[in-house]
Write a protein that binds this ligand. Structure first.
Ligand code: PEP
Ligand code: MG
Length: 321
């Protein structure tokens, strides 16, 4: 495989020196499954389940959620489908949930914080639906939790998963053999990646949010768009320490922020040691091709230089030479 010419679609890809990189799709709804498979996704690396909650009058039932996830698992019978539990709050508002107004929603009750709200059963319902789908669907289900900042949150989420498994007949988490992971999107999670990785099977770095919080630069605000750049060495160092921590605990580590879909950054991300890259389906063939043209050992050296640079422009000089 590889070389110039047609982009790679069907095959799984390895670097020229034999390192396999999983290339997966980010999706938000069932209609995106077929295009992702057609573009050669090895699986789904990020299923943004909050989209299943949008444009409706009320939350989807457990059965509706089961069907949606089952469809994803059946679309990738030989692959892995990483489902992120509900990630609302911040910029993602769902009118019928009637969430309280917050002065700083991006620093408020988002992601796993909201799922752990004891007054809501949305999380338990979703986890039951996921476990049932995992038991019945063709592909391998993985579940990950968004915006984790502390080990305590992860422990609570894992307890909720155990409780859901106990609720679903014939469906203990062990029986259906799912992988569990944490998104690394907060500076705390990057610093605590060793402790988090020790408790789960994988980490997935969400560089859209991680960049926003590491750089203190709103991901939506163009006035600070220069700062919201995941190739700043501050962000690259956070990625690097997360990868190192995951591998030290024998966990795999992926990256599912927008940067994963930029073929110009593939060599850098492979060099940083990521095992999986997940992106919107359109860029999958280009990124697969870029992986197949990368030599891991050289990429790794170059990535070391890039992350040890003092400035973003030095990072880019390293990448361009
Ligand atoms: C991220 O933050 O990088 C991410 C993948 O999640 P989202 O863009 O949905 O916040
Ligand atoms: Mg995010």
């Amino acid at each position: 495989a590889g070389g110039s010419g047609a982009a790679i679609v069907d095959e799984t890809v390895t670097t020229t020196d034999g390192r396999h990189i999983e290339v997966a799709a980010n999706i938000g709804q069932p209609a995106e499954l077929e295009p992702a498979a057609e573009r050669g996704a090895d699986g789904v690396g990020l299923y943004r389940t909050e989209f299943l909650f949008l444009d409706r009058e009320g939350p989807p039932s457990e059965d509706e959620q089961y069907e949606a996830i089952r469809e994803a698992l059946d679309a990738f019978p030989d692959g892995r489908v990483v489902v992120r539990t509900l990630d609302i709050g911040g910029d993602k508002r769902i009118p019928y949930l009637d969430l309280p107004d917050e002065e700083n929603p991006f620093l408020g009750e988002r992601g796993i914080r909201r799922s752990l709200d004891p007054d809501s059963d949305l999380f338990a319902t979703q986890l039951r639906a996921l476990l049932r789908a995992a038991a019945d669907g063709a592909g391998d289900l993985a579940i990950m939790f968004p915006l984790v900042a502390t080990v305590k949150e992860l422990d609570a989420a894992l307890d909720a998963l155990d409780a859901a498994a106990a609720d679903v007949e014939d469906c203990s988490a062990d029986a259906v053999d799912i992988e569990v992971g944490v998104m690394i999107e907060t500076p705390s999670a990057a610093f605590m990646a060793d402790e988090l990785a020790a408790r789960v099977d994988f980490l997935s770095i969400g560089t859209n949010d991680l960049t926003q919080y590491v750089m203190a630069a709103d991901r939506e605000n163009e006035r600070v768009g220069d700062l919201h750049d995941p190739t700043h060495p501050g962000v690259l160092r956070a990625i690097h320490r997360t990868v190192r921590a995951a591998h030290a605990e024998d966990a795999w580590v992926g990256l599912c922020g927008e940067m994963a879909g930029d073929p110009e950054l593939t060599e850098l991300l492979v060099g940083l040691g990521l095992d999986e890259l997940s992106m919107s389906a359109v860029t999958i063939p280009e990124v697969k091709t870029a992986v197949s043209e990368t030599e891991y050992s050289a990429a790794s050296e170059r990535a070391d230089h890039a992350r040890l640079a003092a400035t973003r422009s030095e990072v880019h000089t390293t990448l361009d030479t």
